[in-house]
Ligand binder design. Structure first.
Ligand code: AKB
Length: 337
């Protein structure tokens, strides 16, 4: 079996840790990682090399590697990015740009398209008003692409940069013999929930934070209103989607950026589910205006028909299966409740 060399940036984050574990389980990959932090014990033994530091400055190290696939997960998430906007732009845009340049260079030089997997987000959308959000239903990829946050702007722009580098870079597609371009593929993730790790710096974090707090018997003040609705997805489905889109034959892809959906529920429905499982949970609502504004700008749901049609995407976990077969059994084991 030929071993594929894979780079995972942001490997210490929630998606990164779960992805490293899944690729190691699958086998056939030499996994190189990068992150600002040292690798956690959960994945240390699964990685052949870890490059610690700021990607913008470290990327030159990677020009000597022969990556088949790059998962570029490193990002400053929406709430954090709104506080440190310049830093977020540097991490989210410059970091991505540096890595796209590397993938484009290697693809062209060696005539082998490097696959570049990019997790975009529902933050790429921007609903102008609550009425528009409530009336829009499940939105498609091209609609409402007017993000209200630095993070959302960064994600939307990087989707465009990815398309540029994979098709038009240097306008060489116009030459008689166009070069080998990199192979860019992006998914727009909803809020993700893991039973093993907690997110930090995001605005969809109220979902996982509430559930983890309830399971530990800790009080939780939710920072958005009870009626706040966006879509969420179980972490195993997020990992499954990244593997599926990586494996999909290029010719089956009709677009560069795919919506992904699993279940759309309100913050109050989260609370009800948490109370059913942990009747002593103490969950209150103390909306934070700024974070509320961010979530109000994200659609209630997204339409993932294209992913379903092009690469047979289907989440394993709807809301019932998410609670009953993934989150609650795992979290009970974890916290012993
Ligand atoms: C965030 O809240 O910033 C992320 C996202 C929805 O992309 N989880």
């Amino acid at each position: 079996m030929t071993v594929k060399q894979v780079l995972i940036t942001g490997a210490c984050g929630e998606i990164g840790q779960a992805l490293v574990q899944e690729l190691a389980k699958r086998g056939g990959y030499e996994i190189v990682t990068s992150d600002l932090s040292p690798l956690p014990d959960s994945i240390k033994g699964l990685v052949s090399e870890h490059v610690q530091g700021d990607l913008v400055y470290k990327v030159k190290v990677f020009y000597d590697y022969d990556f088949d696939v790059i998962f570029h997960l490193a990002a400053s998430l929406s709430s954090k990015a709104e506080i440190a906007t310049e830093e977020a732009h540097r991490i989210n845009v410059e970091g991505t740009m540096q890595l796209l340049m590397l993938a484009a260079y290697r693809s062209e030089k060696y005539g082998k398209p490097v696959k570049f997997l990019f997790p975009s987000s529902i933050a790429a959308y921007g609903m102008p008003t609550l009425e528009a959000k409530q009336g829009a239903g499940a939105v498609i990829e091209e609609d409402w692409d007017y993000p209200h946050t630095m993070y959302g702007c960064n994600k939307l722009y990087c989707e465009k940069l990815g398309m540029y580098y994979s098709r038009y870079h240097g306008q060489k597609h116009l030459d008689d013999t166009p070069p080998t371009f990199m192979d860019f593929r992006a998914v727009r993730f909803p809020g993700l929930i893991s039973a093993f790790t907690l997110p930090s710096g995001g605005t969809s974090d109220y979902g996982p934070e509430m559930l983890h707090a309830a399971a530990q018997g800790k009080e939780y003040a939710c920072f958005v209103r009870p009626d706040t609705k966006i879509s969420f997805m179980a972490m195993p489905d997020a990992i499954k989607s990244l593997i599926m889109i990586m494996d999909a034959p290029r010719e089956s892809l009709t677009t560069d950026v795919y919506n992904l959906a699993a279940f759309a529920i309100t913050a109050d429905e989260f609370r009800q589910r948490a109370l059913q499982a942990f009747p002593d949970a103490k969950i209150t609502f103390e909306p934070n205006l700024r974070r509320q504004g961010i979530v109000d700008s994200w659609p209630e749901d997204v339409d993932d028909t294209r992913a379903r049609q092009d690469w047979n995407w289907k989440p394993d976990y709807d809301v019932d299966r998410f609670f009953d077969e993934y989150f609650l059994p795992e979290i009970r084991k974890r916290y012993g409740k």
